[in-house]
Write a protein that binds this ligand. Structure first.
Ligand SMILES: Nc1ncnc2c1ncn2[C@@H]1O[C@H](COP(=O)(O)OP(=O)(O)OP(=O)(O)O)[C@@H](O)[C@H]1O
Ligand SMILES: [Mg+2]
Length: 225
């Protein structure tokens, strides 16, 4: 493993602390991920994978412990600083993808570039290229409600990759996809990883996806095992 890009120390997350419903979702997670690694996080339902991803991405604050990305401790950041940091460094692929129903695939995918001030024509050209790469070049001008679940998922993947984020955090990115399409998506991740040195952290239940990563981190009951 080369230079560490992402690290957690003694990360603890307790939900509903002090109530009878208290849940110890993370019980002291120590993790180091190298720049340019493609890592799978695996483990049974409820073991804390999504919670860990949310902490790493600054979407939720840990009860205690630290998250360090690019040598910056994000656990100390204000909400505004963390939002800026996320925009510059991170991208998410969620279990439940939020596409805009009124926009076509091309419009959905080009949106992050438009928000950065890129001209529409260029942004849409880039969107078309990446939509073809995820295998839905024939659905460029369809809206989400005209697409299958797997196609929508691939639009969401394309949208999260179009800004070339340094770190991609994905929760079940290929959850609903066939093994053939999953392999294609992994190939795309691998190519971006080789061309641009992007780091991928993928939460997955799929042995196939795990086998195509550089390393598998196994979790159980709030801990890495
Ligand atoms: N907002 C919340 N409030 C209370 N408990 C929560 C909350 N979010 C998660 N939990 C609990 O924390 C534990 C870890 O949940 P998490 O979502 O991280 O699991 P997971 O490994 O992602 O599971 P899955 O594979 O089913 O997605 C579970 O017991 C869950 O019920
Ligand atoms: Mg989860």
């Amino acid at each position: 493993m080369g230079k560490t890009i992402l690290q957690t120390t003694d990360l603890i997350k307790i939900f509903a602390e002090g109530t009878p419903l208290e849940v110890h979702a993370l019980r002291g997670v120590n993790l180091a991920i190298g720049q340019g690694e493609i890592v799978a996080i695996m483990g049974p339902s409820g073991c804390g994978k999504t919670t860990l991803l949310n902490m790493i991405g600054g979407l939720d604050k840990p009860t205690s412990g630290r998250v360090i990305i690019n040598n910056q401790e994000i656990t100390d950041y204000s909400d505004k600083d963390i939002t800026d940091f996320r925009k510059k460094n991170l991208s998410f692929i969620f279990q439940f993808f939020n596409l805009f129903e009124v926009l076509t695939a091309v419009e959905n995918v080009s949106l992050p570039l438009l928000l950065r001030g890129e001209p529409t024509a260029e942004a849409q050209e880039k969107a078309k290229v990446i939509l073809r790469e995820v295998g839905i070049g024939s659905r460029l001008y369809n809206r989400p409600n005209e697409m299958s679940g797997g196609q929508r998922q691939r639009v969401a993947i394309a949208r999260s990759l179009i800004t070339n984020p340094k770190i991609v955090l994905a929760d079940e990115p290929t959850g609903d996809l066939s093994s053939v399409i999953s392999k294609d998506i992994m190939k795309l991740f691998r190519r971006l990883n080789e061309d641009l040195g992007q780091t991928f952290v993928l939460v997955t239940h799929s042995e196939l996806i795990g086998s195509l990563c550089d390393r598998i981190i196994k979790m159980h009951d709030g801990l890495i095992i």
